[in-house]
Ligand binder design. Structure first.
Ligand code: AGP
Length: 612
C-alpha cells in the first residue's frame, strides 16, 4: 500500500506535502517523492529509502509552487529505488502522477506506448498512467481531466491517483478505483489524500471519494463526477479525531504507545457501548440489522493477518454465546472459495484499515451472493465500512505502528460485546448470565493495566532470548489464535522465524525441531487444558528446549518446569486472550528493540494491504 497526497492553496506546497507524507509513512516507506508546479515550471524531487532523505534534499534544494502532489511507496512492481519512486512523468515531462494500486494490464499498455515512441524510465506499472495521459493530451484532449478519464478507461486494476500538468498549473485531477482516496476541504485550500490522518491538522472536513469517481481541484474549489462524466452528490463529513492521538506522546515508538493505550481504549469502548446502570449494551449497529441477525442460522467471519486471528477467537466466542454455527475464513482464500452458505447467513468482516483488498473483494462477493454483511472497522469512512450493511467502529484511534496491537484487542473486546449482545438477543443466554458476563468485562481494563506490572521482566526475557533464531508459540482452545498472533508479532518486528501450533499438535511432528536452540512460548493460563499444557512443557524440557510460560498469577507449579514465567491476572478462560495479547506484544517489541529492528516500520511491510 502506498500513500498519496495533493495540495492546492496559498502555502508552499512542498512543506504541506512533506508534513502529510510524514503522517502517511506507515502506508509504505521504500521511497518518497513530490512534484510541485510554479506557473509552468514543474519541480520533481524523489529519494529512495527513508522520508528523511527527501526532506534533506528539499531543504538543500527548495522547490516553489503552491500546488503539488506527493507519494510514499510500498514497492509492488520494481524494486525500491529513486527511479521507481513516484511521482512519475510522461515522455515529455508534461504530466506528473502519483498512484496507489496495481495496474494489471500495464505491460500491454506499455508495449503500445513504446510503439508510439514513448520511452519509459522506471520498472513500475504506475509510470504507464503518466504516459497515457500525455498521449491523450497529444491526441487532442483539451483539458487534463479529459485526458485522465481517457487513460483510466484503458486501465485494468486498482488505483488512487493524482495528476498535474504543466499546461494547467492550477489544477489537480484525482480519481479512485479500489484504493482509498479522500478530499479535504480547507479555507482557500484543498487536499487530496490516501486517508484522513494525513491532512487532519489542516482540515476536518472530508469528502470520501467512491470508486469510479473523479475530482477536479483548482484554486476556485473542486467538483466531483463519475468516470462517465455524470455529476455526483457528495457529503462533507466532519472528522472528530484527536490529532495528538497520532503522536508518540513520549513513547519511544508508536508500537509501544499503542500497546500501552489498550486498557484506556477498552475502557472507552465500554463507556460508549455500555449503560453501566442496568448493564445494558447499546449496539445500535446491530439493531440496524436486527431482522437479518435473528434470521441468520450461520455466521461467517472473514479477515487477514492479525484481524484473522481476532476472527478465529470470534468464531469460538460467537458459538459459545450465540450457539450459532460460525465459520472463519482467511479473506484471500474466501474470495475464491465456492462456499456453501445458507441464504440469510451473516458475513462479518474484521479489518483495522477498512481497505484490505482481499477482505473488500470477499465482502463484495458475499453481497453478490445475497448474504447480509456486517463489519468491524477502525478507520471511519473506509471502503469496507461503506460497503457493509452495517459497521461497528472499534474506535481504537489511529494505529500508526505497522504491527497491529491495540486494534487487535479492540477487535476482540468488540467481539465479546457483540456476541454477548447477540446471545441475549437470540435468547441463548439468560439475563442474569448476560449481566454477569458484562460485569466481568468491566474489570478487563484494570486487569489489562496490571499486566504492565511485569513489563520490565518481559524486557529482561527479551534480553535473554533475543539471539535465538527459532521460536514456537503453543496454545490450546481459544488461545491457539493467541499463539498465532504472538508468532506473527515476533516475525513482523524482530524478523525471527517462528511458528505457532495448537499444543496438542506438538507430538505430531513439530517436536522434531525442539532442541536447546529452540524457545517455546507456552500460553498456559488456568484452564480446562492446563494439565495437558503442562505435559507439553515437560515434553519440551525433556529435549532441552527453552520455555517461556504465560501463566496465571499465583501458579507456583509452572515455575518447576518453565525457564521463565510471565504472569497475568486471573480471568475466565473465555476472556483470557484479552490479557494474553499484551505480554506477547511486549515480548515481540522488546526482542525487536534488542535486535536493532525498525519497530514502527518493519522491512517489507506496510500498514494496510490495499493491493491484491
Ligand atoms: C498485523 O500486525 C499486520 N500488520 C497485518 O497482518 C494486518 O493485520 C493485516 O494486513 C490485516 O489488515 P486490516 O486489519 O487492516 O484488514
Amino acid at each position: 500500500m502506498c500513500g498519496i497526497i495533493g495540495y492546492i492553496g496559498k502555502k508552499n506546497a512542498s512543506k504541506i506535502i512533506i508534513e502529510s507524507l510524514q503522517r502517511l509513512e506507515y502506508r509504505g516507506y521504500d521511497s518518497a517523492g513530490l512534484a510541485t508546479l510554479d506557473g509552468k515550471d514543474l519541480y520533481l524531487c524523489r529519494e529512495v529509502g527513508d522520508l528523511q532523505n527527501l526532506i534533506n534534499t528539499i531543504q538543500e534544494f527548495p522547490v516553489k509552487g503552491s500546488l503539488g502532489i506527493g507519494h510514499t511507496r510500498w514497492a509492488t512492481h520494481g524494486e525500491p529505488s529513486k527511479i521507481n519512486a513516484h511521482p512519475h512523468t510522461g515522455r515529455r515531462d508534461q504530466v506528473a502522477i502519483v498512484h496507489n494500486g496495481i495496474i494489471e494490464n500495464y505491460e500491454q499498455l506499455k508495449e503500445k506506448l513504446i510503439g508510439k515512441g514513448h520511452k519509459f524510465k522506471s520498472e513500475t506499472d504506475s509510470e504507464v498512467i503518466a504516459h497515457l495521459i500525455e498521449q491523450y493530451l497529444d491526441n487532442g484532449a483539451q483539458i487534463l481531466e479529459q485526458a485522465v478519464l481517457c487513460a483510466l478507461m484503458d486501465i485494468k486494476g486498482t488505483y488512487a491517483i493524482a495528476a498535474v500538468s504543466k499546461k494547467e498549473p492550477n489544477k489537480i485531477v484525482a480519481a479512485r478505483c479500489g484504493s482509498p482516496l479522500i478530499l479535504g476541504v480547507g479555507d482557500n485550500e484543498t487536499f487530496i489524500a490516501s486517508d484522513t490522518s494525513a491532512i487532519i491538522p489542516y482540515t476536518r472536513k472530508i469528502v470520501f471519494l467512491e470508486d469510479f469517481q473523479v475530482a477536479v481541484i483548482d484554486d476556485q474549489g473542486f467538483k466531483i463526477s463519475n468516470i462517465n462524466g455524470s455529476s455526483v452528490n457528495y457529503n462533507i463529513t466532519e472528522i472528530d479525531w484527536d490529532v495528538t492521538a497520532a503522536q508518540k506522546k513520549g513513547y519511544a515508538h508508536f508500537m509501544l504507545k499503542e500497546i500501552h493505550e489498550q486498557p484506556q481504549m477498552v475502557k472507552k469502548i465500554l463507556n460508549e457501548k455500555l449503560d453501566f446502570k442496568n448493564l445494558d449494551l447499546k449496539i445500535d449497529e446491530l439493531i440496524k440489522i436486527k431482522s437479518q441477525i435473528l434470521a441468520a442460522h450461520q455466521l461467517i467471519i472473514q479477515a487477514c493477518g492479525t484481524s484473522y486471528h481476532a476472527a478465529m477467537i470470534g468464531e469460538i466466542i460467537f458459538e459459545y454465546f450465540t450457539n450459532l454455527h460460525t465459520d472463519v475464513e482467511i479473506s484471500s482464500e474466501f474470495r475464491y472459495k465456492h462456499f456453501i452458505a445458507e441464504q440469510g447467513s451473516l458475513v462479518i468482516s474484521i479489518t483495522q484499515s477498512g481497505e484490505t483488498a482481499d477482505t473488500l473483494v470477499a465482502l463484495k462477493k458475499a453481497k453478490q451472493r445475497g448474504l447480509n454483511t456486517f463489519s468491524l472497522c477502525n478507520v471511519v469512512g473506509s471502503s469496507i465500512a461503506r460497503e457493509s450493511d452495517s459497521v461497528f467502529y472499534i474506535h481504537a484511534g489511529p494505529e500508526i505502528g505497522v504491527a497491529s496491537t491495540k486494534a487487535f484487542t479492540a477487535q476482540l473486546f468488540s467481539l465479546y460485546l457483540i456476541s454477548i449482545f447477540l446471545g441475549a438477543l437470540k435468547k441463548n443466554i439468560k439475563p442474569e448470565l448476560k449481566n454477569s458476563l458484562i460485569k466481568d468485562l468491566t474489570y478487563i481494563p484494570s486487569l489489562m493495566s496490571r499486566v504492565f506490572d511485569v513489563e520490565n521482566y518481559i524486557a529482561r526475557c527479551a534480553d535473554k532470548y533475543h539471539e535465538f533464531r527459532d521460536f514456537y508459540f503453543l496454545g490450546r482452545g481459544i488461545n491457539y489464535a493467541s499463539a498465532l498472533e504472538g508468532s506473527l508479532k515476533l516475525k513482523e518486528v524482530s524478523y525471527i522465524h517462528s511458528s505457532a501450533y495448537p499444543a496438542g499438535e506438538l507430538k505430531h511432528g513439530p517436536i522434531a525441531l525442539v532442541t536447546e536452540n529452540m524457545v517455546t512460548v507456552c500460553i498456559v493460563p488456568k484452564s480446562v487444558t492446563y494439565d495437558k499444557m503442562m505435559s507439553n512443557i515437560q515434553e519440551i524440557k525433556a529435549r532441552k528446549g527453552k520455555v517461556i510460560a504465560i501463566a496465571t498469577e499465583g501458579d507456583e507449579q509452572i515455575k518447576k518446569y518453565a525457564d521463565d514465567v510471565i504472569y497475568i491476572p486471573e480471568v475466565q478462560e473465555i476472556f483470557s486472550p484479552l490479557l494474553v495479547a499484551i505480554p506477547l506484544q511486549l515480548l515481540a517489541y522488546y526482542i525487536a528493540l534488542k535486535r536493532g529492528c525498525n519497530v514502527d516500520k518493519p522491512r517489507n511491510l506496510s500498514k494496510g494491504i490495499a493491493v491484491d
